[in-house]
Design a protein around this ligand. Structure first.
Ligand SMILES: Nc1c(NC[C@H](O)[C@H](O)[C@H](O)CO)[nH]c(=O)[nH]c1=O
Ligand SMILES: CC(=O)[C@@H](O)COP(=O)(O)O
Length: 172
């Protein structure tokens, strides 16, 4: 569903599990800092809002989105984490360079999720224009960083519930 039809910051707060017991990594790309820092603020504030402790949120910056998977692996090899959130913004230029970056990051994070059995969240904007980026970093379509934090909490809680032997998870 396009972001225009589903605001990135809209979720059912009452249905979201507490993040109190979870530890998170946040890896942020330096490219397009006005955008990625807005994503980070939305992400961090959402984790805190839902009970995460400041001491359990570990943050690192990397040069660009292409480095997000490597940064995420360095982070989870250093800290005991329940989820790693990767934030970036890859704006299309004149060439197809953006496609290679986007595909590499998506594949890299998927591979990490499979290898570690933990969520590596794809909080990367892939807009065609700066306006589309701003619209998704706290603009009219919400904040991708909020969506990424909510996803991280839900996936960490899912793993926790499965470990506890629950068989029917997420059905209200
Ligand atoms: N153009 C963008 C980049 N490019 C840099 C790459 O991510 C990478 O750092 C470089 O290719 C060296 O490996 N990165 C973004 O995050 N956003 C862009 O718009
Ligand atoms: C996505 C990018 O790396 C971008 O800055 C590259 O721009 P261009 O395709 O014009 O070289």
């Amino acid at each position: 569903m396009a972001s225009a039809l589903k605001n990135l910051s809209t979720y059912d707060e009452a249905q979201l599990p507490s993040a109190e017991e979870f530890a998170f990594g946040i890896v942020v790309a330096d490219w397009n800092p006005e955008i990625t820092h807005a994503l980070y603020e939305g992400c961090y504030d959402t984790l805190i809002k839902h009970g995460a402790k400041e001491a359990n949120i570990h943050t690192a910056q990397v040069p660009g989105s292409f480095e997000l998977p490597a940064g995420a692996k360095m982070m989870i090899d250093k800290h005991k984490l329940d989820a790693v959130i990767c934030l970036g913004c890859v704006i299309k230029g004149e060439t197809s360079h953006n496609e290679y970056i986007n595909q590499a990051v998506a594949s890299g994070l998927t591979n990490l999720s499979m290898v570690y059995g933990k969520p590596f969240i794809f909080g990367v904007l892939t807009p065609n224009t700066e306006e589309q980026a701003r619209d998704r970093a706290g603009g009219k379509h919400g904040n991708k960083g909020v969506e990424a934090a909510v996803t991280a909490i839900r996936m960490a809680a899912l793993k926790d519930s499965l470990k506890a032997g629950q068989s029917r998870i997420g059905f209200s």
